[in-house]
Design a protein around this ligand. Structure first.
Ligand SMILES: [Zn+2]
Length: 224
């Protein structure tokens, strides 16, 4: 299969009813099961679309995984190793289930700290210990990282390179070159709908055509 010239990465967080108290603003990126299904149906069969999940929510394995498998889709799961087993988060069994289902892992740090503001001990925990813990599940080094809150500066990127990260995922939006070290991603928000998806996947068509297409596509892809 030929590699597409550019790719779109969609990043998911929690799905369904939250089973823990969310961080301030976290509900902005929490979607419904129906939204998940519509998005996965829309991207199935598109080699230019990649899927990632951040934050190690329990819904990764309870909701996300079965819906991916049903469609033959793969997503990469970026986990916070220090949050495993906490209420509403993935358990160690859940991580094993993801790995056993063929889903690649990446690191999202230890406890979801802002990587621009780390003390030296925290740097070790976030960038060294976290991927080490995940590698025990995969049996091989975990070298790809997604940046908590999408918060980074040149110091964060330097630290990631020094830590041996082979690919770093942001939340900057837009498309990315498939082999780029820095990969922009598009976060699914609770407002995700057919219009947003059309724009992210294919660019925004001219308004009249877009308005015409939207009615048909909304019915086809987004039920209710
Ligand atoms: Zn996150």
């Amino acid at each position: 299969m030929t590699t597409p010239p550019s790719i779109v990465t969609l990043n998911l967080h929690g799905i369904g009813a939250p089973v823990r108290e969310l961080e301030p603003g976290e509900d902005e990126v929490w979607i419904t099961v129906r939204q998940l299904e519509d998005v996965l149906d829309a991207v199935a069969g598109r080699p230019d679309v990649r899927l990632t999940f951040d934050d190690a929510n329990a819904s990764d394995v309870e909701i996300g995984l079965p819906h991916l498998l049903k469609r033959g889709l793969t997503a990469q799961f970026f986990l916070c190793a220090g949050l495993l087993g906490r209420p509403g988060r993935l358990t160690r069994d859940g991580v094993r289930e993801l790995v056993g289902s063929g889903m690649p892992l990446g690191t999202h740090g230890w406890t979801h700290r802002d990587w621009r503001r780390l003390t030296q001990p925290e740097v070790i925990e976030e960038l060294v210990r976290a991927p080490q813990v995940l590698s025990e599940f995969t049996g091989q080094p975990v070298t790809e990282a997604s940046i908590p809150f999408g918060s980074y500066d040149r110091h964060v990127l330097r630290r990631l390179r020094e830590a041996g990260v082979t690919r770093a995922y942001t939340s900057d939006g837009g498309r990315a070159a498939p082999r780029s070290w820095l990969q922009a991603r598009n976060s699914l928000k609770r407002t995700v709908d057919a219009a947003w998806l059309d724009q992210v996947l294919d660019g925004a068509p001219a308004l009249p055509r877009r308005a015409r297409n939207l009615a048909a596509r909304t019915v086809k892809r987004f039920r209710g």
